[in-house]
Ligand binder design. Structure first.
Ligand code: C2G
Length: 133
């Protein structure tokens, strides 16, 4: 049973997130997703996500390609999570290219192409410019 893990904030869930998760699930038999906690997201992005951690976990865990979710509390805790799940593969988008290669001693590390011209930040700016009522 090949276990795949990926991590992310997955705020304002969008098509780029979906494509990443679907392709990650094709890298193995089970896919578990570490959802950044609100506190970790605020530290990483300098602001709280629009959707809180409960909402983001609920949305991602509802996807047919996802077998489970857990809270990701820090960037440094990856090795712990990967060991706890006995993960065979870590999959991340290429904006993280080479950033997690030090984990190659415990699992394969795959970086997938990002989906262009969509991001949570892009969605917020589109709303601010085109949907200001
Ligand atoms: N992603 C993508 N295409 C996009 C946007 C995001 O493929 N247009 C991918 C990212 O590369 C990442 C995943 O979707 O692998 C989640 O993206 P974010 O929610 O932005 O997550 P991030 O802030 O990169 O958090 O410990 C790692 C971090 O938790 C990753």
């Amino acid at each position: 049973m090949r276990c795949v893990i990926t991590f992310g904030t997955f705020d304002l869930f969008h098509y780029g997130h979906l494509r990443l998760l679907e392709r990650a699930s094709e890298c193995g038999d089970k896919l578990y997703v570490g959802i950044s906690s609100d506190a970790f997201s605020a530290k990483k992005k300098g602001r709280l996500p629009v959707y809180n951690e409960f909402e983001r976990m609920s949305i991602v865990s509802a996807l047919s390609c996802v077998d489970g979710v857990f809270l990701e509390e820090s960037m440094e805790a990856k090795r712990k999570y990967l060991s706890e799940y006995n993960a065979d593969v870590l999959v991340m988008g290429c904006d993280w290219q080479d950033k997690f290669d030090e984990l190659k001693d415990i699992c394969d590390v795959i970086y997938l192409d990002r989906t262009v011209s969509i991001s949570s930040t892009e969605i917020i700016s589109r709303i601010n410019t085109d949907y200001k009522f």
